[in-house]
Design a protein around this ligand. Sequence first.
Ligand code: SF4
Length: 469
Amino acid sequence: MHIALCDTRQGGVFKDFAGGFGVGTFRGRSVRGKVIEHFFNRDIRPSALALGYLAAGLKRLGHTVEYCLDELAPADAHVFLPALMTVPRERTLIREINTRWPQSRVLVLGQVASTIPEAFADLNCQVLAGEPEQLAAKWDDVLSSTERAVQLGTIANLDDLPFPDWSPFPHQRFRVGYDFWKFPTAYVQSSRGCTLSCSYCPYIILENKVRTRSPDSVAEEIRHDYDTYGFRSFKFRDPLFGAHKKHLVEIAEHIGNLPRKIQFSVESRIELLPRETLRILRDVGLTSVTVGIETPNRDTLLKYHRAPIRNDKQSHFVDMCRELGIRVVAGFMIGFPEDTRESIRAVLRYAKRVNPFVANFNVCTPYPGTEFLDDIQGQIDSRDWSRYDVYTPNLKYENLTTEQMVALHQDCFRHYYWRWPWLSANWQYLMPRLHSLLSPLFGPRHRETAAALPVTAMALDVIDQPKVA
Ligand code: SF4
């Protein structure tokens, strides 16, 4: 069969984020906001990892695969992986396929298909719940089924997945500039799931545990991606990289043994990355760490089941990363139902104090399937999915109007970046090549130059890693 993987970047969507619900991009509403928007929008992030896996799995079955980005092509089957904010767009495309190629099988999968299948109920398509990569394993079952809703289930062993096939995608253009300075960039994953239970988190809808891939397989995929597609940087899409200490150590060891040095970034929690761990990862190519700080308000964190971290530790973590030459991308969250003007300004003040390279101010979003949504059902203001881009308020707030929330959100971005302390602390990441030329002049205070620890000596006992489960 000829299979079309139908994708869109409408609204600047990045489908791989927010547990597969996708996120949009910040839109500035003032001149300063537009400048910030420009920097946020320079990247062409990779297509969703699930699409790469699907391309590989379906080709392995003997099918031909075509990637259709914001356009349609005739095919025997059309596969959609919608984000929340692109549901209206993908519904339009499915309707068009139903009209132009009525014999084509239309399959909708992913997190959106799993949690709100009713969004596609009036269209001629099958809605597949579960992990999207399972489609290749269950292809015959799905095609022989006359049910509109099919359960794909989850992948028992992540090592059974083939390496993603990026050849149908415009992979030479993929870049994530806030994490790296070498491109193109690929997504890679060494684990799925999280053991924590933040009530608003979409990553734990499917499971509240962690599944891992073998470090061998992860390193071999990176080597394959480097040689086959020319990728030079790798963004790990694990929701909680390093949840298992031994696994983290082995991944670092295998990356260190690759024939060529790569750049990579991870997303994790601060307590999982003490200095020695950061240094070990930095020495084998870590350039950037994404962490969720959310809010300095401990009561808010506890209310939404987020394990708090001592505030001074977060500042210390950012300083430590800066010394090691590692960027920090920090997520802050505003727009909780009970937020006030003052509580949001407190988040901004705190962000300025911590002063990471990237501060991303997300608006708390009631994702389908989360405990948070169950808790605040009566306070949903909009179920227009096109607004679910993580930068648009969709709640009825107890103390603020939607317009006030929008204005405060814009203020957070504008006031955070237009500051001399931000520029002076982070210019090295804006101009990494210039900085590496000049860094010998600055001495060790600006970049730690300690001799690389041999990865094989990453004595597990030097890594003081607390349990998060
Ligand atoms: S730490 Fe919280 S927000 Fe992050 S992946 Fe785990 S449950 Fe989700």
